[in-house]
Design a protein around this ligand. Structure first.
Ligand code: PLP
Length: 427
């Protein structure tokens, strides 16, 4: 957090002379929007939940990446947040893209990104999508099993293949190696088969798990990748790229990057190119979500005469808070508008003992749809008031559903706290 705030400070001083701090820009956008809504007369949907996205944050994260991992070219993992402006900015900044499906490949190609800047990083692919990738010249793709090799032999024998190896992802929030990745004792056979089929294996890929917290997972994965490079050389493959996957987050980035860089220097020769597939790292902090209270239930506590409340928001676990279920997150509510006043002040954040107790629920009829079990605010919140949640950019909107008839298409208001991002996007 310290290194992150020092980055923000640095960029603000450099570009904004401390005036347009990211927080302030986001706050103004939130304020303008909620103050424009008249809950008494608005059309259904006008008061829907919405995001404010600071593209300057994405820009800063890119600069921070380049500074700390100069050897690793990022291929942004589109699945994490396929927001069109994020993709456009990253395309302008020159990153590559990790796509998991035909839809993602198509979205990126539409931005005039060269197919060589895309990796189809899904080891178990749909046949027709492989044919689509072939038709578009998207050559880079991953595999981790023999069936997939036969598939690729039939559908796209000219593909540039990355052998995805399994990792120790036990320290991560979202474990991926349960599902993907060749065990180290199977890589030799996979390489032998690829050779027999005359396929072109160009590199190794891995993913240490999303939301990884143990930097040593990177060290071990790089060591394993090196073993596979050596095996491949014995089979006569000329492997030229290592893909270190995702698993980075803002909070631990410098530590992870340090361990990874050292491991790369030690185990991966300089002529080997290195790419990564960061998702969460780029977008988590760039998106702030605002939701309004659609309903409230008062709980009278017999004995002490105190009251607590259940408040129901217009967004929940089946919507943009899907991250609670799928991404093991714990989004923190803050008061945006209470009564006639709009706040955007984290210093007024609740603590665990003062104030009135609330539980926060989503709008569907399912009891699982709970955003927070217990949180205290110094405000008496009521229907029509607004809450906001920071750090809502990763694995949120993209995995929202329309369960119970609610929309999954929410507005995004874009701001850019970096002139560099503004200029690239013509904002
Ligand atoms: N690459 C692959 C193959 C993934 O499956 C994922 C996430 O699931 C990512 C990259 C992005 O991971 P992260 O958001 O942790 O950077």
């Amino acid at each position: 957090e310290n290194s992150k705030s020092s980055y923000i400070k640095h960029f603000n001083e450099h570009y904004n002379h401390g005036v347009n701090t990211p927080k302030r820009l986001i706050g103004e956008a939130l304020k303008e929007r909620v103050e424009s809504i008249d809950h008494d007369v608005c059309e259904p949907g006008d008061e829907d939940t919405f995001f404010v996205a600071d593209l300057g944050e994405v820009y800063r994260q890119h600069m921070r990446w380049k500074l700390n991992l100069p050897r690793v070219k990022p291929f942004y993992a589109v699945k994490c947040n396929p927001d069109p402006q994020v993709i456009r900015l990253l395309a302008e900044l020159g990153t590559g893209f990790d796509c998991a499906s035909k839809g993602e490949i198509e979205q990126v190609l539409k931005m005039d990104v060269d197919p060589s800047r895309i990796i189809y990083a899904q080891p178990c692919k749909t046949n027709s999508y492989v044919r689509y990738a072939a038709s578009q010249g998207v050559k880079k793709m991953t595999f981790d099993n023999t069936d997939e090799l036969y598939k690729i032999k039939t559908l796209y024998p000219g593909a540039e293949l990355f052998l995805r190896i399994s990792t120790d992802d036990s320290s991560s929030l979202c474990r991926l190696s349960l599902k993907f990745g060749a065990a180290m004792d199977s890589t030799e056979d996979l390489l032998a088969l690829a050779k027999e089929l005359n396929l072109n294996v160009v590199g190794v890929s891995f993913h240490v798990g999303s939301g990884a917290s143990d930097p040593l997972a990177f060290l071990k994965a790089v060591q394993d990748a090196r073993k596979v490079f050596d095996q491949a050389a014995r089979y006569g493959f000329f492997m030229h790229t290592l893909d270190v996957g995702g698993g980075f987050s803002s909070e631990t980035f410098e530590v992870m990057a340090g361990v990874l860089s050292e491991a790369l220097d030690k185990y991966i020769p300089g002529h080997v190119s290195v790419i990564g597939e960061p998702g969460r790292y780029y977008v988590a902090a760039a998106f702030t979500l605002a939701c309004h209270i659609i309903s409230r239930r008062t709980i009278e506590h017999s004995g002490n005469g105190e009251k607590s409340y259940m408040v129901y928001l217009n967004d929940g676990l089946y919507g943009n808070f899907s991250s609670i279920m799928f991404d093991h997150q714990n989004p923190i509510a803050q008061v945006l508008r209470s009564g006639e006043r709009t706040y955007f002040d984290t210093s007024a954040a609740q603590d665990s003992t003062d104030g009135i107790e609330y539980s926060i629920w989503g709008p569907t009829c399912d009891g699982i749809d709970r955003i927070a079990e217990s949180i205290r605010f110094g405000h008496t919140l009521d229907v029509g008031d607004w809450l906001y949640f920071e750090n809502m950019g990763a694995y949120t909107k993209c995995s929202a559903t329309r369960f119970n008839g609610f929309t999954d298409a929410h507005d995004v208001i874009y701001v850019a706290s970096e002139p560099g991002a503004k200029a690239l996007l013509g904002m």
